[in-house]
Design a protein around this ligand. Structure first.
Ligand code: PLP
Length: 398
Protein backbone atom coordinates (compact mmCIF):
# COMPACT_ATOMS: atom_id res chain seq x y z
CA UNK A 1 0.00 0.00 0.00
CA UNK A 2 2.59 2.65 0.95
CA UNK A 3 5.75 0.80 -0.03
CA UNK A 4 5.86 2.56 -3.40
CA UNK A 5 5.72 5.96 -1.69
CA UNK A 6 6.85 8.64 -1.96
CA UNK A 7 6.22 9.14 -5.68
CA UNK A 8 9.08 10.44 -7.85
CA UNK A 9 8.26 14.03 -6.87
CA UNK A 10 8.53 13.16 -3.21
CA UNK A 11 4.84 13.04 -2.31
CA UNK A 12 3.05 10.80 0.15
CA UNK A 13 -0.48 11.48 -1.08
CA UNK A 14 -0.91 15.26 -0.69
CA UNK A 15 2.06 15.58 1.70
CA UNK A 16 5.80 16.05 1.14
CA UNK A 17 7.32 17.65 -1.92
CA UNK A 18 10.09 20.23 -2.29
CA UNK A 19 8.98 23.69 -1.17
CA UNK A 20 12.36 25.40 -1.37
CA UNK A 21 13.87 28.43 -3.12
CA UNK A 22 15.04 27.78 -6.67
CA UNK A 23 18.68 28.06 -5.55
CA UNK A 24 18.36 24.90 -3.44
CA UNK A 25 16.88 22.71 -6.20
CA UNK A 26 20.26 21.62 -7.65
CA UNK A 27 21.41 20.50 -4.18
CA UNK A 28 18.28 18.37 -3.71
CA UNK A 29 18.53 16.88 -7.20
CA UNK A 30 22.17 15.97 -6.67
CA UNK A 31 21.35 14.39 -3.30
CA UNK A 32 18.42 12.47 -4.75
CA UNK A 33 20.54 10.98 -7.46
CA UNK A 34 23.45 10.13 -5.16
CA UNK A 35 21.13 8.49 -2.64
CA UNK A 36 19.35 6.46 -5.31
CA UNK A 37 22.69 5.13 -6.56
CA UNK A 38 23.99 4.41 -3.07
CA UNK A 39 20.78 2.61 -2.11
CA UNK A 40 21.23 0.16 -4.96
CA UNK A 41 24.94 -0.31 -4.35
CA UNK A 42 25.71 -3.45 -2.38
CA UNK A 43 29.08 -2.09 -1.20
CA UNK A 44 27.40 1.00 0.34
CA UNK A 45 24.92 -1.24 2.18
CA UNK A 46 27.77 -3.44 3.44
CA UNK A 47 29.86 -0.55 4.64
CA UNK A 48 26.91 0.96 6.52
CA UNK A 49 26.08 -2.43 8.05
CA UNK A 50 29.70 -2.78 9.15
CA UNK A 51 29.66 0.51 11.07
CA UNK A 52 26.20 -0.12 12.51
CA UNK A 53 27.48 -3.41 13.91
CA UNK A 54 31.04 -2.56 14.97
CA UNK A 55 30.61 1.10 15.96
CA UNK A 56 26.97 1.56 17.00
CA UNK A 57 26.61 -1.92 18.53
CA UNK A 58 23.70 -3.25 16.48
CA UNK A 59 21.63 -5.29 16.66
CA UNK A 60 20.47 -3.96 20.02
CA UNK A 61 18.17 -6.17 22.13
CA UNK A 62 14.41 -6.50 22.01
CA UNK A 63 14.01 -6.76 25.77
CA UNK A 64 10.97 -8.25 27.52
CA UNK A 65 10.14 -5.80 30.33
CA UNK A 66 8.57 -8.33 32.70
CA UNK A 67 8.19 -6.25 35.83
CA UNK A 68 6.85 -3.28 33.90
CA UNK A 69 4.37 -5.57 32.11
CA UNK A 70 3.18 -6.92 35.48
CA UNK A 71 2.86 -3.35 36.74
CA UNK A 72 0.50 -2.67 33.82
CA UNK A 73 -1.55 -5.71 34.79
CA UNK A 74 -0.87 -7.89 31.78
CA UNK A 75 0.48 -8.28 28.30
CA UNK A 76 4.06 -8.69 27.19
CA UNK A 77 5.80 -5.38 26.67
CA UNK A 78 9.05 -5.52 24.72
CA UNK A 79 11.43 -2.56 24.58
CA UNK A 80 13.46 -1.99 21.42
CA UNK A 81 16.68 -0.76 22.99
CA UNK A 82 17.86 2.14 20.81
CA UNK A 83 19.03 3.69 24.09
CA UNK A 84 21.93 1.20 24.06
CA UNK A 85 23.34 2.54 20.78
CA UNK A 86 26.60 4.48 20.83
CA UNK A 87 25.67 8.11 21.74
CA UNK A 88 22.52 6.88 23.45
CA UNK A 89 19.71 7.19 20.91
CA UNK A 90 18.44 6.18 17.47
CA UNK A 91 19.82 9.34 15.84
CA UNK A 92 23.19 7.72 15.02
CA UNK A 93 21.50 5.25 12.59
CA UNK A 94 20.66 8.21 10.36
CA UNK A 95 23.79 10.35 10.80
CA UNK A 96 26.13 7.45 9.99
CA UNK A 97 24.17 6.76 6.81
CA UNK A 98 24.18 10.40 5.74
CA UNK A 99 27.84 11.07 6.58
CA UNK A 100 28.82 7.92 4.68
CA UNK A 101 26.80 9.26 1.75
CA UNK A 102 28.51 12.65 2.06
CA UNK A 103 31.90 10.94 1.84
CA UNK A 104 30.72 9.00 -1.21
CA UNK A 105 29.55 12.26 -2.81
CA UNK A 106 32.99 13.78 -2.22
CA UNK A 107 31.68 16.49 0.13
CA UNK A 108 34.39 17.94 2.34
CA UNK A 109 32.14 19.31 5.10
CA UNK A 110 28.88 18.54 6.88
CA UNK A 111 26.41 20.79 8.69
CA UNK A 112 23.38 20.06 10.87
CA UNK A 113 20.71 21.71 12.99
CA UNK A 114 19.98 20.62 16.52
CA UNK A 115 17.47 21.34 19.27
CA UNK A 116 18.15 19.15 22.28
CA UNK A 117 21.61 18.52 20.91
CA UNK A 118 21.06 14.80 20.29
CA UNK A 119 21.13 15.08 16.52
CA UNK A 120 24.03 17.55 16.68
CA UNK A 121 25.94 15.10 18.86
CA UNK A 122 25.20 12.15 16.56
CA UNK A 123 26.33 14.19 13.54
CA UNK A 124 29.46 15.44 15.31
CA UNK A 125 30.27 11.83 16.25
CA UNK A 126 29.94 10.48 12.72
CA UNK A 127 31.88 13.48 11.35
CA UNK A 128 34.73 12.85 13.81
CA UNK A 129 34.82 9.18 12.89
CA UNK A 130 35.10 9.96 9.17
CA UNK A 131 37.36 12.98 9.66
CA UNK A 132 35.03 15.62 8.21
CA UNK A 133 34.75 19.18 9.54
CA UNK A 134 31.31 19.82 11.00
CA UNK A 135 29.26 22.93 11.88
CA UNK A 136 26.10 22.60 13.95
CA UNK A 137 23.48 25.37 14.18
CA UNK A 138 21.82 25.61 17.58
CA UNK A 139 19.49 28.21 19.09
CA UNK A 140 20.96 30.25 21.94
CA UNK A 141 18.12 29.18 24.20
CA UNK A 142 18.87 25.50 23.51
CA UNK A 143 22.60 26.04 24.06
CA UNK A 144 21.77 27.36 27.50
CA UNK A 145 19.47 24.36 28.29
CA UNK A 146 21.67 21.60 26.84
CA UNK A 147 25.20 22.32 28.01
CA UNK A 148 26.50 18.71 28.20
CA UNK A 149 25.71 18.05 24.53
CA UNK A 150 27.29 21.36 23.51
CA UNK A 151 30.48 20.45 25.37
CA UNK A 152 30.54 16.99 23.80
CA UNK A 153 30.15 18.41 20.30
CA UNK A 154 33.00 20.83 20.92
CA UNK A 155 35.23 18.02 22.22
CA UNK A 156 34.44 16.09 19.04
CA UNK A 157 35.83 18.96 16.99
CA UNK A 158 32.49 20.40 15.87
CA UNK A 159 31.86 24.14 15.76
CA UNK A 160 28.55 24.94 17.47
CA UNK A 161 27.12 28.10 15.87
CA UNK A 162 24.66 29.99 18.13
CA UNK A 163 21.43 31.18 16.46
CA UNK A 164 19.90 34.33 17.92
CA UNK A 165 16.88 34.81 15.64
CA UNK A 166 13.23 34.06 16.52
CA UNK A 167 12.63 32.04 19.69
CA UNK A 168 16.29 30.93 19.47
CA UNK A 169 15.33 27.22 19.32
CA UNK A 170 15.15 24.36 16.79
CA UNK A 171 12.97 25.99 14.14
CA UNK A 172 15.36 28.96 13.94
CA UNK A 173 18.43 26.72 13.85
CA UNK A 174 16.87 24.78 10.94
CA UNK A 175 16.33 28.02 9.00
CA UNK A 176 19.99 28.94 9.48
CA UNK A 177 21.25 25.51 8.44
CA UNK A 178 19.15 25.68 5.24
CA UNK A 179 20.56 29.14 4.55
CA UNK A 180 24.13 27.87 4.98
CA UNK A 181 23.42 24.95 2.65
CA UNK A 182 22.04 27.20 -0.08
CA UNK A 183 25.43 28.94 -0.28
CA UNK A 184 27.65 25.92 0.41
CA UNK A 185 26.17 22.78 -1.16
CA UNK A 186 28.98 22.43 -3.70
CA UNK A 187 31.22 21.10 -0.96
CA UNK A 188 28.80 20.61 1.98
CA UNK A 189 26.19 17.99 2.89
CA UNK A 190 23.33 19.01 5.18
CA UNK A 191 22.65 16.14 7.62
CA UNK A 192 18.96 16.60 8.44
CA UNK A 193 17.90 15.03 11.74
CA UNK A 194 14.45 13.57 11.18
CA UNK A 195 11.98 12.47 8.49
CA UNK A 196 11.14 16.11 7.73
CA UNK A 197 12.32 18.69 5.19
CA UNK A 198 12.15 18.58 1.39
CA UNK A 199 12.36 15.37 -0.67
CA UNK A 200 14.53 13.22 -0.56
CA UNK A 201 15.17 13.72 3.19
CA UNK A 202 11.94 12.13 4.51
CA UNK A 203 12.44 8.92 2.51
CA UNK A 204 16.20 8.76 3.04
CA UNK A 205 16.01 9.21 6.82
CA UNK A 206 13.17 6.67 6.97
CA UNK A 207 15.27 4.12 5.10
CA UNK A 208 18.23 4.64 7.46
CA UNK A 209 15.98 4.33 10.54
CA UNK A 210 14.05 1.30 9.24
CA UNK A 211 16.82 -0.88 10.70
CA UNK A 212 14.90 -0.47 14.00
CA UNK A 213 11.80 -2.19 12.65
CA UNK A 214 13.65 -4.78 10.58
CA UNK A 215 15.54 -5.99 13.64
CA UNK A 216 12.47 -5.84 15.89
CA UNK A 217 10.43 -7.86 13.40
CA UNK A 218 13.00 -10.65 13.25
CA UNK A 219 13.53 -10.57 17.02
CA UNK A 220 9.84 -10.80 17.92
CA UNK A 221 9.37 -13.66 15.44
CA UNK A 222 12.28 -15.47 17.10
CA UNK A 223 10.95 -14.89 20.63
CA UNK A 224 7.19 -15.15 20.19
CA UNK A 225 6.83 -17.04 16.91
CA UNK A 226 4.41 -14.38 15.74
CA UNK A 227 4.06 -10.71 14.91
CA UNK A 228 3.24 -8.21 17.68
CA UNK A 229 -0.28 -6.86 18.24
CA UNK A 230 0.82 -3.28 18.80
CA UNK A 231 3.76 -0.94 18.16
CA UNK A 232 4.15 2.28 20.16
CA UNK A 233 6.66 5.10 19.58
CA UNK A 234 6.98 8.79 20.36
CA UNK A 235 6.72 11.31 17.52
CA UNK A 236 8.77 14.49 17.31
CA UNK A 237 9.77 14.87 13.67
CA UNK A 238 8.86 11.20 13.41
CA UNK A 239 12.07 9.29 12.67
CA UNK A 240 12.22 6.68 15.44
CA UNK A 241 8.52 5.92 15.01
CA UNK A 242 8.63 5.56 11.22
CA UNK A 243 11.81 3.49 11.64
CA UNK A 244 9.93 1.02 13.85
CA UNK A 245 6.64 1.12 11.90
CA UNK A 246 7.85 0.95 8.31
CA UNK A 247 8.77 -2.76 8.09
CA UNK A 248 5.35 -3.66 9.60
CA UNK A 249 3.16 -1.39 7.46
CA UNK A 250 1.97 -4.25 5.23
CA UNK A 251 1.09 -6.41 8.25
CA UNK A 252 -2.57 -5.51 8.55
CA UNK A 253 -3.03 -7.03 12.01
CA UNK A 254 -0.24 -5.01 13.63
CA UNK A 255 -1.73 -1.85 15.17
CA UNK A 256 0.48 1.23 15.47
CA UNK A 257 0.29 4.25 17.73
CA UNK A 258 2.39 7.42 17.48
CA UNK A 259 2.54 9.48 20.67
CA UNK A 260 3.03 13.25 20.48
CA UNK A 261 3.93 15.76 23.18
CA UNK A 262 0.74 16.95 24.90
CA UNK A 263 2.78 19.31 27.10
CA UNK A 264 0.77 21.32 29.62
CA UNK A 265 -2.52 21.11 27.72
CA UNK A 266 -4.34 21.73 24.44
CA UNK A 267 -4.04 25.54 24.47
CA UNK A 268 -2.02 27.39 21.83
CA UNK A 269 1.71 27.25 22.63
CA UNK A 270 1.37 24.70 25.44
CA UNK A 271 2.10 21.51 23.48
CA UNK A 272 3.86 20.13 20.36
CA UNK A 273 1.11 17.81 19.04
CA UNK A 274 1.34 18.68 15.33
CA UNK A 275 -0.68 15.71 14.05
CA UNK A 276 -3.34 15.82 16.77
CA UNK A 277 -3.90 19.58 16.81
CA UNK A 278 -2.23 21.08 13.72
CA UNK A 279 -3.40 21.51 10.17
CA UNK A 280 -1.86 21.06 6.72
CA UNK A 281 0.73 23.66 5.76
CA UNK A 282 4.31 24.10 4.61
CA UNK A 283 7.28 24.16 6.98
CA UNK A 284 10.97 23.67 6.21
CA UNK A 285 10.47 22.58 2.63
CA UNK A 286 7.59 20.13 2.73
CA UNK A 287 3.83 20.01 3.09
CA UNK A 288 2.65 18.31 6.25
CA UNK A 289 0.72 18.90 9.47
CA UNK A 290 1.99 22.05 11.15
CA UNK A 291 1.04 23.91 14.32
CA UNK A 292 0.03 27.35 13.09
CA UNK A 293 -2.35 30.18 13.85
CA UNK A 294 -5.14 31.43 11.58
CA UNK A 295 -2.69 33.63 9.65
CA UNK A 296 -0.44 30.68 8.91
CA UNK A 297 2.23 31.80 11.41
CA UNK A 298 4.02 28.82 12.96
CA UNK A 299 2.97 28.46 16.60
CA UNK A 300 5.27 28.41 19.61
CA UNK A 301 5.58 24.92 21.09
CA UNK A 302 6.23 23.40 24.50
CA UNK A 303 7.23 19.97 25.77
CA UNK A 304 9.05 18.73 28.84
CA UNK A 305 11.24 16.80 26.38
CA UNK A 306 13.39 19.01 24.16
CA UNK A 307 13.47 16.39 21.38
CA UNK A 308 9.69 16.56 20.80
CA UNK A 309 9.59 20.35 20.85
CA UNK A 310 8.96 20.95 17.11
CA UNK A 311 5.90 22.52 15.40
CA UNK A 312 6.02 20.21 12.37
CA UNK A 313 6.15 16.47 11.62
CA UNK A 314 7.25 14.26 8.74
CA UNK A 315 4.97 14.16 5.67
CA UNK A 316 4.69 10.37 5.70
CA UNK A 317 3.10 10.54 9.16
CA UNK A 318 0.54 13.03 7.86
CA UNK A 319 -0.29 10.52 5.16
CA UNK A 320 -0.47 7.58 7.60
CA UNK A 321 -2.81 9.65 9.76
CA UNK A 322 -5.12 10.45 6.85
CA UNK A 323 -5.25 6.85 5.65
CA UNK A 324 -5.89 5.69 9.23
CA UNK A 325 -3.05 3.14 9.14
CA UNK A 326 -1.45 4.68 12.25
CA UNK A 327 -3.31 6.24 15.18
CA UNK A 328 -1.82 9.39 16.68
CA UNK A 329 -2.43 10.62 20.18
CA UNK A 330 -0.68 12.75 22.81
CA UNK A 331 0.29 12.42 26.48
CA UNK A 332 1.01 15.27 28.88
CA UNK A 333 4.32 16.31 30.44
CA UNK A 334 3.03 14.97 33.73
CA UNK A 335 2.13 11.55 32.32
CA UNK A 336 5.53 11.32 30.63
CA UNK A 337 7.25 12.13 33.90
CA UNK A 338 5.25 9.44 35.72
CA UNK A 339 6.19 6.91 33.03
CA UNK A 340 9.85 7.96 33.31
CA UNK A 341 9.79 7.18 37.04
CA UNK A 342 7.80 3.97 36.66
CA UNK A 343 10.06 2.42 34.02
CA UNK A 344 13.16 3.47 35.94
CA UNK A 345 11.90 1.87 39.15
CA UNK A 346 10.46 -1.34 37.67
CA UNK A 347 13.14 -2.12 35.09
CA UNK A 348 16.28 -0.20 36.03
CA UNK A 349 16.15 1.52 32.65
CA UNK A 350 16.20 5.33 32.66
CA UNK A 351 14.47 6.40 29.44
CA UNK A 352 14.80 9.67 27.54
CA UNK A 353 11.81 11.91 28.31
CA UNK A 354 10.85 11.54 24.64
CA UNK A 355 10.70 7.74 24.93
CA UNK A 356 8.80 8.09 28.21
CA UNK A 357 5.90 9.50 26.16
CA UNK A 358 5.53 6.14 24.40
CA UNK A 359 5.68 4.31 27.74
CA UNK A 360 3.07 6.69 29.19
CA UNK A 361 0.57 5.74 26.49
CA UNK A 362 0.47 2.15 27.80
CA UNK A 363 -0.03 3.40 31.36
CA UNK A 364 -3.28 5.18 30.45
CA UNK A 365 -6.14 3.11 31.80
CA UNK A 366 -7.84 2.57 28.43
CA UNK A 367 -4.62 1.44 26.73
CA UNK A 368 -3.32 -1.17 29.15
CA UNK A 369 -2.43 -4.29 27.16
CA UNK A 370 -4.78 -7.28 27.29
CA UNK A 371 -3.45 -10.43 28.91
CA UNK A 372 -1.97 -12.12 25.84
CA UNK A 373 -1.09 -9.01 23.91
CA UNK A 374 2.45 -8.57 22.57
CA UNK A 375 3.54 -4.93 22.43
CA UNK A 376 6.78 -3.34 21.18
CA UNK A 377 7.74 0.09 22.50
CA UNK A 378 10.58 2.02 20.92
CA UNK A 379 13.05 3.07 23.63
CA UNK A 380 14.36 5.81 21.35
CA UNK A 381 17.04 6.99 23.78
CA UNK A 382 18.45 6.99 27.29
CA UNK A 383 17.65 9.57 29.93
CA UNK A 384 21.12 10.81 30.89
CA UNK A 385 20.56 14.10 29.08
CA UNK A 386 17.34 14.66 31.07
CA UNK A 387 18.71 14.14 34.59
CA UNK A 388 18.85 17.85 35.46
CA UNK A 389 15.41 18.60 34.11
CA UNK A 390 13.83 15.58 35.81
CA UNK A 391 15.51 16.17 39.16
CA UNK A 392 14.37 19.79 39.05
CA UNK A 393 10.78 18.74 38.30
CA UNK A 394 10.78 16.02 40.96
CA UNK A 395 12.48 18.28 43.50
CA UNK A 396 15.36 15.83 43.99
CA UNK A 397 18.40 16.97 45.94
CA UNK A 398 21.77 15.38 46.57
C1 PLP B 1 15.35 13.39 18.72
C2 PLP B 1 14.72 12.37 19.57
C3 PLP B 1 13.37 12.01 19.43
C4 PLP B 1 12.42 12.68 18.49
O1 PLP B 1 12.75 12.61 17.14
P1 PLP B 1 12.03 11.64 16.11
O2 PLP B 1 12.54 12.09 14.80
O3 PLP B 1 10.55 11.84 16.25
O4 PLP B 1 12.42 10.26 16.44
C5 PLP B 1 12.88 10.99 20.21
N1 PLP B 1 13.65 10.37 21.14
C6 PLP B 1 14.95 10.71 21.31
C7 PLP B 1 15.74 9.99 22.34
C8 PLP B 1 15.53 11.72 20.54
O5 PLP B 1 16.81 12.04 20.73
Amino acid sequence: MVDHLPDERGYFGPFGGKYVPETLMPALQQLEQAYEEARQDESFRQELDYYLREYVGRPNPLYLAERFSRELGGGKVYLKREDLNHTGAHKINNTLGQVLLAVRMGKGRVIAETGAGQHGLATATAAAMFGLPCDVYMGEEDIRRQKPNVLKMQLLGTRVIPVSSGARTLKDATNEALRDWMASFENTHYVLGSVVGPHPFPVMVRDFQAIIGREARQQVLDKEGRLPDLLVACVGGGSNSIGLFHPFIQDKDVRMVGVEAGGRGMAHGEHAASLCLGKAGVLHGSRSYVLQDDDGQTSPVHSVSAGLDYPGVGPEHSYLKETGRVRYTAVSDEEALRAFTCLTETEGIIPALESAHAVAYLMQEANRPARDEVVIVCMSGRGDKDLWEVSRLLGLEI
